[in-house]
Design a protein around this ligand. Sequence first.
Ligand code: 13P
Ligand code: ZN
Length: 270
Amino acid sequence: MKSILENRPALKAEIDKVAEVAGYLWQKGWAERNGGNITVNITEFVDDAMRAMPAIEQPRPIGRVLPLLGGRWFYCKGTGRRMRDLARDPMANGSIIRILPDCAHYEIVADQPVAPTSELPSHLAVHDYLLANGSPYRASLHTHPIELVALTHNRKWLEKDAATKMLWSMIPETRAFCPRGLGIVPYMMPSSHELAEATINVIDENYDVVMWEKHGVFAVDTDIINAFDQVDVLNKAAQIYIAARNMGFVPDGMTAAQMRELGITFGLPK
Ligand code: 13P
Ligand code: ZN
């Protein structure tokens, strides 16, 4: 069967990045079974021939109206699909959808009728928010990083910026490469519109990575590699914290002065 990626090298390169990240998620142990999901706004790679393609399924409702999304295109991981399978074959474990002009329905265009992730409400609502705010971010990642999720089982780390400050102080790179820190959303039903709304509210407070209590993280960035990197540096810091605790002491963390110096040197936003 001919894939929509054939003779579209720029689009294929973008989907290849998704497959690359899906492999990392599996290798890290963050993607048990079908855990996690990825969507990418691929509208900039769409050509006239794609726009003329018929849908391969009936339109489905998004469940709400997202005004900026009419005519936009997304690659979405399939619901129930495994990251380790997606790494091998992204177009058999995800699909390309377009949003109808009513901004309330989508249809699957290629390659196969793979229903998008159950977290589509959060992903699409966030993409709508990003477009409305002129953001260059085009990719969103939800994953279950072990050590970061473990932190959320203690109320102390759910207080605003408590986890951020601790994680930033573990190693300079965390502050430099996740410069907005880790926002917190209290536990909510997975895949709910309520969770989507809460996620947008926290992103709007100037975070790129949002922790869903006792579930996972939701990260946004220009592309999926960069979204993955932000989560990776945060989880690395959580691992260093835990390693120190396992050696029997509470880590000192970098000093406030060292953190300030880093902020000035790198011109960090917070
Ligand atoms: P999907 O398989 O529907 O993408 O769900 C995975 C998940 O992590 C839900 O939060
Ligand atoms: Zn999840």
